[in-house]
Design a protein around this ligand. Structure first.
Ligand code: ATP
Ligand code: MG
Length: 763
C-alpha cells in the first residue's frame, strides 16, 4: 500500500481501500475507467476519490462534479465525503443525477429568448403530465385511442428525442400507420410544451445540450468550474448523457467513470452499453482499473450470480471472488399462486426477524413489475410487518397530491397548461368544459397562453357566471403568487389550498379514505415547510423541482425500520442482508416482450432481462430467495405460469428447493384443518419432499388434481386459483349450471358457478 501524500486525511481514506481501489483513487489526472462486478466497491471508490481530491488539495469541492443514479445516492455520497474529511471541508461538491444537475444549470443560466419557448421558470412535466398533453392532442387530431394509446405515443416520442430525431425527420421516416400517427402528434406535442413553458424529462438533458451548443460561454463556465467529473453506473448512460459528460470534460478530460456492463438494465430508456464498452476508444489514454474482490455477498450468492451472467454472450469477462464465508444455500420457492408466494416471503421475513435478529430494513422484496407489490403488501399488512413500497403509486403520484401540486406549480409558472387544466375546475367552480375549450381556442388563435386568455376573458363570449368564476380564480391565484415573495411558502400553500376549496372538498366526504387524503395534503405542506427550513436558498420553486426529479428509489426513508418493496430496476446500487425476488415466471421475468423477441431469434431483450436478474441477485448480502408461482392473476385473468428459464440456468449446486405446495411441511407451511388454514413456522432444518436434484421444470405440476364438475360434492377440500384453499359446503344444480358454496379459509364463504370456477381437488 502506498500513502505518498503524507497527509493524514488522505492516508485515512486510502486505508479503507484495497490495493486496486487505492490505485483508482490515486489516479487523479486524465480519463479513468473503473469496470468491475457488483459489490466490488466501485461506488466506494468514487466517493473516496472525491474526498481524496479534496484532502490532497488537488481540487476545491466546487471544482468536483459527481453524477449518480438517484438523488438519494447523491445525498449518501455527500454524507460519506463529508464524514471522511474534517468538518466543513467537504461541502460544496456538486452531486446529483444528470437531471437534477442540469436543471440547476438551466435555472441559473437560462436567459429570456435563449431557448425558444422557455424561461428559467419552466415547469417539469412527469410522464403522467405528458400523457395528459398527448391525450388532449389525440382528441384534437381525432386519433382514436383504440388504434394507439397515449402511452405508446409518449414513449415513441421520448425514444425519438433521445436519439435526437426532430419531428420533421420522424415524419419523413414514418412507415407504419402508427408511426404516421405519432408523426402527426410529435410537432404539436413539442409546441404544446413550449406554450406551457414546460420541459419533459428528456428535455432536461436535451435542452442543456442546446444551451451549451448555442451559448458556448455557458459551457465554458462549467468546463472551467468542474475540473473533475465522476459518473457512477456509467453503463446506464444514454447518448445525451454521454454527450453532456464528454462536453463538460472536454478541456481537462479528468473524467472518471465507474460501472459494470453486466448490470446495464435501462436499454429500454435509451441507455447504451457501448458508452462504457467504448470508453477506451473514446479516450485512448484512459487508465483502466478492474476490481475483483466482492465485499457484499456470500460465496454462494456470488457463485449463483456468476452462473446467471455466464449465459449472456455480450459481456466483458470478470472474475469476482470474495473472502466472505460461503453462506447459506439460495432457497428456490415454488408457490401455488401470487398470494401464497407473498405469504411465504412474509413468513420468511418474520422468521429471520424474530429468530435471527434482523431489522426489517435488512429485507428487500424485489419484483419485475409494480403491479406485483399488491400481493406482498396484503401479506405483510395481514401479519403486521411494516413495509414501504418505492415507485409505483408513490406519495407524489397520488391524485390529491398531484392536484395540490398543480395549484402550487401555477404559482411559479402561469403558462403551465397541464396544471391549469387539472385544477381550473377542481373543485368545481363553474368553469366547465365549454368555457375551457373556448379559452384554449382563443389562446391558440391569438398565439397567447391560456392564462393570458383568462386575463382577457372579458373579450370572450362567455356566460357571465363563467366570467365571474374565471375572475375569482385569477384573483385568488394572483394574490397568493404575490405573497410568495415575502411570506413562508408553506403558509401560502395552506391558505391557497383552503381558499381554492381543495381542503373543504376532501373534508366534505368524511370517509376514512378522504381523511387519509387530507392528511396526505397536510403532509405535503409539512414537506414544504421542512424543505425551506433546511436551507436558506430553498423556495417553493426548488421544492417543486426536487419533487419532480424524484426517482423510484429516492423515497427510501432510511430512518424507518421497514421492509423495502421495489422493482428490480429501482434496486440498482443498493444492498440488503436478505433479498426475496418474486415472480420468476416466463413472460413475467423474463418479460413477455423479451420472450417473444427471443422466439424470433432476437436475444437482446432476454440478455437485458438476465442482467436485471443478475442485478437483483447481487443486492443480497447474506440470504437470497427466488420464488415463482404456478398460477398468477394478471390483467384480470388467472394464468398458469411456467417457471422462468432463469431458474433452470442457475447453478444447482448452491440452491435448495422449498416444498411445492403448502401441504408438504416445508418452512412457513400452511396446513389444512377443519376448513381453516393455520400458519406455522417449521424448524429451519426443514424437510423438503421435493427431490432437490430435479430441475424446476421437472417438478410435479400440482398436488391439486383437476376434477370433473359432477364429482364435486360437500366435504371436499378444493383449490381455487384466486381464492386459495377451501372446503365445499353444499352444491346445487346440474351440469353447466351446477354451483357450489365453498368456505374459503381466507375469503370466507362464496358461491361459485362451477363451469367457470375451475376448482381442483386437494388430495
Ligand atoms: P454495485 O455494482 O452493486 O453498485 P459497487 O461495486 O458499487 O456495487 P459498493 O456499493 O461500493 O460496490 O460496495 C459494496 C459493499 O462493499 C459496500 O458495503 C462497501 O462499503 C463494501 N466495501 C467496498 N470496498 C470495501 C473495502 N475495501 N473494505 C471493506 N468493505 C468494502
Ligand atoms: Mg455501486
Amino acid at each position: 500500500m502506498s500513502t505518498p501524500s503524507g497527509n493524514i486525511e488522505a492516508e485515512r481514506i486510502l486505508l479503507e481501500l484495497n490495493d486496486k481501489q487505492q490505485e483508482a483513487v490515486q489516479c487523479t489526472a486524465g480519463p479513468l475507467l473503473v469496470i468491475a462486478g457488483p459489490g466490488s466497491g466501485k461506488t466506494r471508490v468514487l466517493t473516496s476519490r472525491v474526498a481524496y481530491l479534496i484532502a490532497t488539495g488537488k481540487a476545491w469541492p466546487r471544482q468536483i462534479l459527481a453524477l449518480t443514479f438517484t438523488n438519494k445516492a447523491a445525498r449518501e455520497m455527500q454524507r460519506r465525503v463529508i464524514n471522511m474529511l474534517p468538518k466543513g471541508i467537504g461541502d460544496g461538491v456538486t452531486m446529483g443525477t444528470f437531471h437534477s444537475v442540469m436543471v440547476r444549470v438551466m435555472r441559473e443560466e437560462l436567459r429570456e429568448g435563449w431557448l425558444p419557448g422557455f424561461t428559467h421558470r419552466f415547469s417539469i412535466y412527469d410522464t403522467d403530465d405528458t400523457e395528459r398533453v398527448i391525450r388532449q392532442l389525440m382528441e384534437q387530431h381525432r386519433i382514436n385511442k383504440k388504434t394507439i394509446t397515449p402511452r405508446v405515443v409518449r414513449s415513441a416520442i421520448s425514444r425519438a428525442k433521445n436519439r435526437m430525431i426532430t419531428p420533421s425527420q420522424y415524419a419523413q421516416a414514418a412507415k407504419t400507420p402508427n408511426q404516421e400517427r405519432i408523426a402527426r402528434l410529435f410537432g404539436p406535442y413539442t409546441e404544446a410544451l413550449h406554450g406551457a413553458n414546460a420541459m419533459d424529462f428528456d428535455d432536461l438533458l436535451l435542452k442543456p445540450l442546446e444551451l451549451f451548443r448555442d451559448h458556448p460561454q455557458v459551457l465554458e463556465k462549467y468546463q472551467r468550474r468542474w475540473q473533475y467529473v465522476h459518473i457512477d453506473e456509467y453503463q446506464d448512460t444514454n447518448r445525451v448523457q454521454y454527450l453532456l459528460s464528454r462536453l463538460i470534460a472536454s478541456i481537462h478530460t479528468n473524467l472518471c467513470v465507474v460501472g459494470d456492463d453486466a448490470q446495464s438494465i435501462y436499454a429500454f430508456r435509451g441507455a447504451d452499453m457501448r458508452n462504457i464498452l467504448d470508453f477506451q476508444e473514446d479516450y485512448p489514454d484512459a487508465a483502466v482499473v478492474r476490481l475483483e474482490q466482492n465485499y457484499r455477498s456470500t460465496g454462494k450468492i456470488i457463485r449463483l450470480a456468476d452462473s446467471i451472467i455466464k449465459h449472456n454472450r455480450r459481456q466483458l469477462k470478470k472474475d469476482l471472488w470474495t473472502q466472505n464465508d460461503s453462506g447459506d444455500h439460495i432457497t428456490l420457492i415454488e408457490a401455488l399462486n401470487g398470494r401464497q408466494e407473498a405469504e411465504k416471503a412474509t413468513d420468511r421475513i418474520r422468521v429471520h426477524h424474530e429468530r435471527h435478529g434482523y431489522a426489517y430494513s435488512d429485507f428487500a422484496v424485489l419484483y419485475r413489475t409494480n403491479a406485483q407489490s399488491r400481493n406482498f403488501e396484503d401479506a405483510l399488512r395481514a401479519r403486521r410487518v411494516p413495509y414501504r413500497v418505492y415507485g409505483g403509486t408513490s406519495f407524489y403520484q397520488r391524485k390529491e397530491i398531484k392536484d395540490a401540486l398543480a395549484y402550487l406549480r401555477l404559482l411559479i409558472n402561469k403558462d403551465d397548461l397541464a396544471s391549469l387544466i387539472r385544477i381550473i375546475n377542481y373543485p368545481s367552480r363553474g368553469i366547465g368544459l365549454k368555457t375551457q375549450e373556448r379559452l384554449v381556442d382563443y389562446a391558440r388563435f391569438n398565439g397567447i397562453s391560456v392564462w393570458a386568455a383568462m386575463e382577457q376573458s372579458r373579450h370572450l363570449q362567455l356566460h357571465s357566471r363563467a366570467k365571474k368564476a374565471l375572475m375569482a380564480f385569477l384573483t385568488l391565484t394572483d394574490r397568493h403568487r404575490s405573497r410568495l415573495s415575502s411570506e413562508e411558502p408553506d403558509v401560502v400553500a395552506r391558505e391557497l389550498l383552503t381558499e381554492a376549496g381543495l381542503f373543504p372538498e376532501l373534508e366534505k366526504e368524511s370517509t376514512p379514505q378522504s381523511e387519509a387524503r387530507v392528511q396526505n395534503v397536510q403532509e405535503l405542506i409539512s414537506a414544504i415547510a421542512q424543505h425551506t427550513a433546511d436551507d436558506s436558498e430553498a423556495t417553493l420553486s426548488t421544492f417543486l423541482q426536487s419533487v419532480a426529479l424524484l426517482t423510484d428509489a429516492d423515497e427510501r426513508a432510511d430512518s424507518q425500520d421497514t421492509v423495502t418493496l421495489m422493482t428490480l430496476h429501482a434496486s440498482k446500487g443498493l444492498e440488503f442482508k436478505v433479498v426475496f425476488i418474486g415472480g420468476l415466471e416466463e413472460e413475467l421475468f423474463p418479460s413477455y416482450r423479451a420472450v417473444e423477441d427471443a422466439r424470433k431469434k432476437n436475444s437482446g431483450g432476454l440478455e437485458e432481462e438476465r442482467r436485471l436478474f443478475y442485478v437483483g441477485v447481487t443486492r443480497a448480502e447474506r440470504h437470497l430467495y427466488l420464488a415463482h408461482a404456478r398460477s398468477r392473476l394478471r390483467f384480470g385473468f388467472v394464468r398458469d405460469c411456467t417457471p422462468s428459464r432463469f431458474l433452470s440456468e442457475v447453478d444447482q449446486g448452491v440452491t435448495r428447493r422449498e416444498g411445492t405446495s403448502p401441504f408438504e411441511g416445508a418452512p412457513s407451511a400452511v396446513t389444512f384443518g377443519g376448513g381453516r388454514l393455520r400458519h406455522f413456522h417449521a424448524p429451519s432444518s426443514s424437510r423438503s419432499l421435493v427431490d432437490p436434484k430435479r430441475t424446476v421444470s421437472q417438478l410435479p405440476k400440482t398436488e391439486a388434481k383437476p376434477i370433473s364438475i359432477e364429482a364435486i360434492r360437500p366435504g371436499l377440500h378444493v383449490l381455487h386459483d384466486l381464492f386459495g384453499a377451501g372446503r365445499v359446503v353444499s352444491v346445487s344444480g346440474h351440469g353447466a349450471r351446477k354451483t357450489a358454496t365453498v368456505n374459503f379459509a381466507e375469503r370466507g364463504q362464496m358461491k361459485l358457478m362451477l363451469s367457470f370456477a375451475k376448482l381442483r381437488v386437494l388430495s
